[in-house]
Ligand binder design. Sequence first.
Ligand code: CS2
Length: 487
Amino acid sequence: MKIEPLSIDSLRQLSSTIKRPSYKPASITSGIVHFGIGNFHRAHQAVYCDILLNQGETQWGITGISMRSPGMRDNLSPQNFLYTLATLSETTSYRIIGAIQDILVAAESSQSVIDAVANNQTQLVTTTITEKGYYLTSGEIDQSNNEIAQDLKSLKVPQTTYGYLAAALIKRCANKGSPLTILCCDNMHAGGEHLLRGVQMLLERHSRETLNWVKLNVAFSSSMVDRVTPATDQRLKDRVSEQLGLYDAAPVAAEPFTQWIIENRFAGARPPFDRAGALFVDDIGPYERIKLRFLNAGHSILAALGYLAGDQFIHQALQRQKLALFAEQALKQNVMPVTPVPKGVSGETYIDQVLTRFHNGNLPYAVLQVGTDSSQKIQQRLLPTIDDALNHEGETSYLAFALSAWVCFIRKALVNNDLNDPMRDEFAQVISQSDSGDIESFLTLAGANKFRFFSDTAFMALVQQFHRSINDVGVERAIDTFFNHYK
Ligand code: CS2
């Protein structure tokens, strides 16, 4: 039997237990342009906007941008950009989100993206473009990258988010447009500053006159975003269709927990996200750090260990006591002493809560999803902590083991054809050329050679030793040996 698609018209068929937008879609305008219209944005920021729209704040609809793939636009446009958020834990709830007003695909129509950002109605631009969308190598924008090099040459058809922002700001400045805030919502240290630097780099080349206007009229801001959001699979689609009695081509699932801490640096109108549960703060640094160094690092450690042990999901890795204990102790013994926490937050409680959230078997989160782009992710979430620990003469043995496990993960995932990483070909080349010395080469491909630990002989000797141990006896027995010496 053919089931009717979710749309504005079919909403009235939903059971009254399913929450849906109370606003009239025609009354909403897009005050926000969002780059990276993936699941994470749809389960997080779009929900905060949906809450505001339900409260009558009608200007905070979203125009989403996909850089290349038309997939999300093609799925959502026949359903008037409505989709289902399934919140999965011991209890389950379903809710229809209506905050997205339109999706533009940059690869199909670059001018429409430039126009959307330049449009005065747009008050806020946000990004979830993932770590690789910032083109960083050891903290600096990689000017040798082909796409960055193309944007440096011409902004006619921009290739990167920096390029789109710069091209749009040139137009907005020429039109004497209103102030604008550009807010990073990725798992990044100082993401707003990277966006500023990327835009400045391009404006210096293409439009120096816009630079001054940007200084006076554009705020670049950072935020800490948190909600575990897996990729959508067929099972979720079936489950949602069954609950709704309508077909949703792109539902999204998430955990109940959600957090958004936003740096209070705005130019022009500030959406009242605090009325939807977000927090504005003056100093975002400590919040970014606890999220990256406890939650995201914990995820990456468990993903590498779990993959090596043969697990598919994070909660399965945590069911292995040794792995669970290793992750907990790594965060508490090595990371916590060098990670200042925001006032009123206890590092220990934060770590415990994160690990409890990871146990959620009702929301399976694939180790390979965490392992995706890990060469970029570890530069944000793992490597800076190692240097901090060494600089403070802190304990680093857990971190050395975690790094060895990451190297083993890369090799195993490559061999099994499981590796999804922008450095994939480079890793493959290392393996084809040498049978042994992959530690330093792999680490260099993840930008580690610019960190102090890379030339710390004692630390690197530990990495070598643990790497050998994991290869010789497998990850679980290697953890046993590790605990005998270091716990
Ligand atoms: C995860 C994050 O896939 C990953 O790398 O560590 O997506 C994590 O689930 C989110 O940051 C949680 O807020």
